[in-house]
Design a protein around this ligand. Structure first.
Ligand SMILES: [Zn+2]
Length: 229
C-alpha cells in the first residue's frame, strides 16, 4: 500500500515537472514553463530584441499554456494565434499557447517582445498596420515570398489594416505578410534603426513621408511588389 502511494506520488510529481517550471529574468516572470525552456536562451532572445529597439523592458509576466482551453480562457483572440500579448493600463502580459514548441519559441517570443516594447516605449507612435510587420521582421520570421504575395488580395489601402487583423484565417495571414513586406520596403528606402529612433517623439507616419520620402505608401507598395517578383 505504501509502495503504491509512493508510486502515485512519483507519477504525479514527474508529470508536474514536465510543465511547472517557474523562473524570472530581468524582463520576464515566467510561469508554467515547459521543462526544455532554458533561461539563457530566453535572455538571448530578449537581449537581441532590446538591443534592436534600444529599450529595457519593465518586467512583465509570461504565462505558458499547455492546453488550448486554458490559452483561450486567458485572452480574447481565440485558439488561432500561437501567442498573444495583452497590453492595457491594468496589465501587460504574454500568453504562449500550446502551438509554441521547442523549435519555434525563439521566433515567437521575439515577436511578442516587440509588441511589449512598442507598448512600453512608443506609446502609439508606430501605426498598427506596421506593428506586426516589425514584430515579424525583428524576430527574424522568414522573409516574404513576393510571388505568393502578388497573387493574394492586398488591401486597397494598407493603412486601413487595423489591429488585431480581421477576416478569415487566410486573409489574416495575408495581412501579416503585407505588413512585413511594408517593413522590408521601408528598410530599403530609409535607415530603419533611425526611423525607429526618430519615431519615439512623433508619429512614424510623418517620418515615412519626410525621412523615407514616401509620399503615397499604397502606390510605392504596389511598385515595390512588382519590383520584387
Ligand atoms: Zn503579433
Amino acid at each position: 500500500m505504501i509502495k503504491l502511494f509512493f508510486l502515485l506520488f512519483l507519477i504525479n510529481f514527474l508529470s508536474l515537472q514536465v510543465f511547472a517550471k517557474e523562473f524570472r529574468t530581468n524582463e520576464l516572470e515566467i510561469h508554467n514553463a515547459p521543462d526544455w525552456l532554458m533561461q539563457p536562451k530566453v535572455e538571448k532572445v530578449t537581449d537581441s530584441i532590446q538591443q534592436k529597439l534600444e529599450w529595457r523592458i519593465r518586467r512583465i509576466p509570461l504565462f505558458w499554456h499547455q492546453s488550448e482551453s486554458s490559452f483561450v480562457k486567458a485572452q480574447t483572440l481565440g485558439p488561432t494565434p500561437a501567442a498573444v500579448t495583452i497590453k492595457s493600463k491594468q496589465k501587460t502580459e504574454i500568453h504562449m499557447g500550446p502551438q509554441v514548441n521547442k523549435k519555434n519559441y525563439e521566433q515567437i517570443l521575439g515577436h511578442e517582445l516587440v509588441h511589449v516594447i512598442f507598448y512600453q516605449k512608443y506609446n502609439g507612435a508606430i501605426p498598427q498596420w506596421l506593428e506586426e510587420g516589425f514584430a515579424n521582421d525583428l524576430s527574424k520570421k522568414e522573409a516574404v515570398n513576393y510571388k505568393w504575395l502578388s497573387q493574394q488580395k492586398i488591401p486597397e489601402d494598407v493603412t486601413k489594416m487595423g489591429h488585431p487583423f480581421k477576416g478569415i484565417p487566410s486573409e489574416i495571414h495575408t495581412q501579416y505578410k503585407v505588413s512585413q513586406a511594408l517593413v522590408e520596403m521601408l528598410k530599403k528606402k530609409c535607415d530603419l534603426e533611425n526611423l525607429l529612433r526618430l519615431s519615439v517623439e512623433r508619429k512614424m507616419t510623418d517620418y515615412i513621408k519626410t525621412y523615407c520620402e514616401i509620399k503615397d505608401i499604397n502606390q510605392s507598395f504596389k511598385e515595390w511588389i512588382l519590383k520584387k517578383i
